[in-house]
Design a protein. Sequence first.
Length: 221
Amino acid sequence: MDQPEGIGIKIYNASPQVDDPSMYPSSPQEAAPDNKAPAGGRKRRAVANGVQKTLSKTSMLANFLPTGTLLTFEMVLPTVYGKGDCSPVGTLMINVLLGLCTLSCFFFHFTDSFRAPDGKVYYGFVTPKGLAVFRSGLGVEVPKDERYRVSFSDFVHAMMSVMVFTAIAFSDHRVTNCLFPGHANEMDEVMESFPLMVGIICSGLFLIFPKSRFGIGCMAS
């Protein structure tokens, strides 16, 4: 049997055909995506990525710091850093912020607390003679136990806390860009391994010198 002539075969393409955007002025495809983001948006994303990278790399080290020290540093640093100009005043403020946070890490490891019979928790500073409470005339008896006297382990914990905070602080590019301008690549290489080494060393030292104090920034005893 002869097959009828004039029968066409239509081939369908699996991918949908994209019409000319000029035919539809109101179509969302009319405006091509702008690859150039605003300068402010790029800067905000860079800062957010830097904070996220810092926290992800040093999340384990934060456990060695008094509660709130790292949070305070990360909250105040954007204000001090400003627009990233690293002016002399901005660099000085970053140094002051680093110094205050470092002192807090060192100082808080020489504090301890006790729970009085009335149920309240009182804090004080450990000394060679015992615990010196911050407020006098409390009307409660201050413990005279040996554990409330300053010891060598307190200095070890304080120095480890300072090392941990230094590793975390210098992992932030905003700090290194202002304190070590022109050495971004070198600092990136150093900070890739320095926080890990500090974490390993401090973890081993904390096993040898276990922490027994419940001072400021720690859970109450």
